[in-house]
Design a protein around this ligand. Structure first.
Ligand code: C2E
Ligand code: CA
Ligand code: CA
Ligand code: CA
Length: 276
């Protein structure tokens, strides 16, 4: 038994070593990700709830790791923030998304709004508005066609400073969305104060929306509240026709989810958006 215990401890230590080693390796590789051209964006349609037409698209980041395959952004974005790499990566994402939106326009696709996720660290950088303005100028994308997705936790820290940053961004003419709504702590008072254009209902609400459930009432209340503040509402993670119907009945404006399309490479997205 003593022997087994020792082996367990040794195995455990080895396992920890391996995890630390893995992380170090990923960290080093993350530092070279831009030079090696291993990042790409995939695009998921956002449709108008009434007509089903594609009216927008969210850009989602992918890392094709040579050995590990696809690494989820949920895994490497926090790491990139920690080691100070989110600046250049975030900037790459913004530029790539704007370039792609311009390209679709030139290919004759209808005008689409493109949504880009902004990380917490990126949002706190003082020169974010100038960087965004620079990229729009460089790529020639109309500002109102770019939407920045922010989360509640990013906004509720230093409220004065947040308010200033949001107004500087609005001054450029971009749209602002509140992502994953309902999962953080938003105060109604701040929601009124912040110039947010779009509220994105988190997918956990959509999946929990059994008919007659509390969740359905909450979703209905969120939509009514957002509309009373002049915001548009998008539901995310819509996977089936029942959810679609319920959301439509409660007045949800736009939807996003596997029911309408998975995140796709740019050329495949163009085919899907062109067909509708
Ligand atoms: P998010 O912004 O909430 O994005 C939605 C996630 O839900 C995406 O996961 C998307 O692929 C997935 N999804 C879409 N429709 C459905 C559906 O019908 N059902 C289900 N179950 N899932 C659906 P993904 O692409 O793995 O991205 C995960 C998260 O990583 C994103 O969550 C976002 O927070 C972050 N992220 C992705 N790209 C970027 C980026 O460029 N910059 C930053 N800072 N974060 C990013
Ligand atoms: Ca998002
Ligand atoms: Ca989201
Ligand atoms: Ca999410």
């Amino acid at each position: 038994a003593k022997e087994a215990g020792r082996n367990t401890i040794r195995f455990f230590t080895m396992e920890m070593d391996r995890q630390v080693q893995d992380r170090l390796e990923i960290e080093q590789e993350l530092r070279r990700v831009l030079e090696r051209d291993e990042l790409s964006l995939v695009y998921q349609p956002q449709v108008d709830a009434g007509s089903g037409r594609v009216v927008g698209v969210e850009a989602l980041l992918r890392w094709h790791h040579p050995r590990l395959g696809m690494v989820s952004p949920l895994r490497f974005i926090p790491l990139a923030e920690e080691i100070g790499l989110i600046g250049p990566i975030g900037e790459w994402v913004l530029r790539e998304a704007c370039v792609q939106a311009r390209r679709w326009r030139e290919q004759g696709l209808d005008e689409l709004r493109i949504a880009v996720n902004v990380s917490a660290r990126q949002f706190r950088e003082l020169d974010l508005p100038e960087r965004v303005a620079g990229i729009l100028e460089e790529t020639g994308l109309a500002p109102h066609l770019l939407e920045l997705e922010l989360t509640e936790s990013m906004l509720m820290g230093n409220v004065e400073r947040t308010e200033e940053t949001l107004h500087r961004l609005k001054h450029i003419g971009v749209e602002l969305a509140l992502d994953d709504f309902g999962t953080g702590y938003s105060s109604f008072a701040y929601l009124r104060r912040f110039p947010i254009d779009t509220l994105k209902i988190d997918q956990s609400f959509v999946s929990g929306m059994v008919t007659g459930s509390n969740t359905e009432s909450i979703v209905s209340a969120i939509i009514a509240m957002a509309h009373s503040l002049g915001m548009r509402v998008i539901a995310e993670g819509v996977e089936n026709a029942t959810q679609q119907r319920q959301l439509f009945q409660h007045g949800c404006d736009q939807m996003q989810g596997y029911l309408f399309g998975r995140p796709l490479p740019a050329d495949e997205f163009a085919v899907l958006a062109g067909e509708r």
